[in-house]
Every structure is written in C-alpha cells, then in structure tokens.
Ligand binder design. Structure first.
Ligand SMILES: O=C(O)CCC(=O)C(=O)O
Length: 302
C-alpha cells in the first residue's frame, strides 16, 4: 500500500512539475540539508566499484586524457595533472557527467535546472602529485562573470581510494558561509588569501574527505578546500564535474560555456556505463590548455 501511494505521489508531482527526477534522485532529504549546512556532502556508493573501474580504464587507455593533461605546479614546485573540457560528449566520461544519477543529484542540490560547466580528470601520481592550494572554486568562477555561488557546485567521484596518505581532499566544513574570499596566484593555481584562510582554519572544522571508488563528494562553490601531496605508492584520481544553473551564466566573452552550448539532454540511463564500457573521447574535443587558462584566470588575483 505504501509503495503504491508513493508511486501515485510521484506521478502526481511529475504532472505538475519536472519532479520525476526528484523522486528518482539518489539523495535523501538529510543529504540536501547536510550540503546546505556544511557546504558539502559525500554520497557513498553513488556509483558501484565496477562503474568506477570503467572510469579508471577510460582514464588509463584514452590517449586524449594523457595527451591533454596540464601539469599544475604548486607553490613548492610539485605538480598534479588535470585534463579539462567543457563539452560533455558521448563517451565514458559523458555517460557519468550526463547520467541521470549524477545530474539529478546536482540539480537537487542547486535547486534549479542546470547545465554542464566542465569536466576534469584529476591525477595525483604516486609519490609525485603535489598540493592543491586552499581555494574556493567560486574564487575563479566569479572571474568569468557567474554571479551566484549557490548555483554552482563540483561533484568529485573517487576513481581510486582517496586516503590521507595519497592526498585526499581536505575541507573546512561550513566555510561556504563566509562568501567569496580574495584569491591570488599560487604556483599555477588560484590560492585564497592567507590571512583570511588563517582565520577560517581556526573557525571551521577540518575534514579529510576519504572515499572509496564510486563515492561522490559534492562541494558548494564557496567551500574552502585543498589537498596535500600524494606521498603514497598509490594513484589518487578523480573525475570532477562542475554544474552550473542555467540562470547563472558566465559572460559570453569567456572560455566557459553558456547554457545553450552545453545542454544536459539527452541524459543517459544508469545502465549505460556498464553496458557500453570504455568509449573514447571524440578526437575533435576541445581541451583547456595553459595559455587559455592563464588568459582567463591569471588576472586572478583578488
Ligand atoms: O583533487 C584535488 O585534490 C583538488 C581539486 C580541486 O580543488 C579543484 O579542482 O578545484
């Protein structure tokens, strides 16, 4: 009886709004509340270990991931690598970024219709991968003209185990509430103003976002976060998809996509990832490089 009532309720809501996806969302109300309160939420097993393994194989075998990676040097000269693109396609990475499970969760946390802002593969090599300096993603998204930090987030899917030893992400829980802080350039990265960071560290609890393959961390765009070097013998890789609300576009003169350029339809069904296996990126895909990154963001200070 209870199931029938729930199905009827979903059908009624779907007729009135686009709430079908809300009903299908993998987030509980408590997850949404936690995200609003802490500026992040980790959803364990949003994807299965088998799905995360498809992603690992795609990262390791798609030549475009390695040939387009950008080494990002930290203030100590150590480097992590990232490969970033704006258009989600019909490939393994797109099946995740445009899949119903992830899109519905992001849409629910943002609270309005969204589009794909960018996808990046983040690689921290064993014993090599360096620091990600403390920053807010909105520290640089603001520079391309997006106005509403509440309407943007990053979704970080663990491909490997993310541990303290291999440099998992570190978060200051609740720090999204401080609003956007000034940023400068730190190595090849945007780093938050150190004085403000010092005060934030005293005020907000530090959390190590340890994860297993398939877990997803959603972060509000003003959440202060960083990661330490990978001092372990294991890889620490993630797929990070940034979503933005359609009503929160960047300026049209930037390299960031406008809503109409990166629509999220058609969404892929959850079963597609395992059914299709590794599907390579279209060779015509446009990847971010250092020159365009610097042109866009190095005015980056403040
Ligand atoms: O993966 C990491 O360690 C940090 C990534 C990050 O902070 C970012 O992409 O904004």
């Amino acid at each position: 009886m209870k199931l029938a009532a729930a199905l009827l309720l979903c059908a009624a809501l779907a007729r009135a709004t686009d709430a079908t996806d809300e009903c299908a969302s993998s987030l509980a109300i408590e997850d949404v509340e936690r995200y609003k309160r802490d500026g992040y939420v980790i959803i364990r097993n949003l994807f299965s270990a088998a799905e995360a393994d498809v992603l690992r194989r795609a990262i390791e075998t798609d030549p475009l991931v390695a040939s387009n990676d950008m080494p990002m040097v930290d203030s100590a000269g150590a480097r992590s690598k990232l490969t970033l693109w704006n258009q989600a396609g019909n490939d393994t990475f797109g099946y995740f970024a445009r899949g119903r499970r992830w899109v519905n969760a992001a849409r629910r946390l943002i609270g309005s219709p969204i589009y794909h802002f960018h996808t990046k593969v983040m690689l921290k090599e064993p014993r090599v991968g360096g620091t990600w300096e403390w920053h807010q993603d909105f520290g640089y998204w603001y520079q391309v003209g997006c106005l509403e930090p509440d309407k943007m987030l990053s979704a970080i899917l663990a491909v490997d185990n993310h541990t303290i030893e291999n440099g998992c992400m570190q978060l200051l829980s609740g720090s999204h509430r401080v609003g956007r802080l000034a940023h400068g350039v730190s190595g090849e990265q945007a780093g938050v103003d150190q004085e403000a960071l010092g005060r934030a560290v005293k005020r907000f609890p530090l959390v190590y976002a340890t994860m297993r393959p398939g877990d997803v961390l959603f972060t509000h765009s003003n959440l202060l976060h960083s990661s330490a070097p990978n001092e372990s013998p294991s890889w620490r890789r993630s797929l990070i998809v940034a979503y933005n609300a359609i009503e929160n576009p960047p300026r049209p003169d930037t390299i960031c996509p406008l809503p109409a350029e990166a629509p999220l339809e058609p969404l892929f069904d959850d079963a597609e990832i395992l059914a299709r296996g590794v599907v390579r990126i279209d060779p015509a895909r446009d990847f971010l490089d250092h020159a365009r990154n610097a042109a866009q963001f190095s005015k980056g200070s403040s």
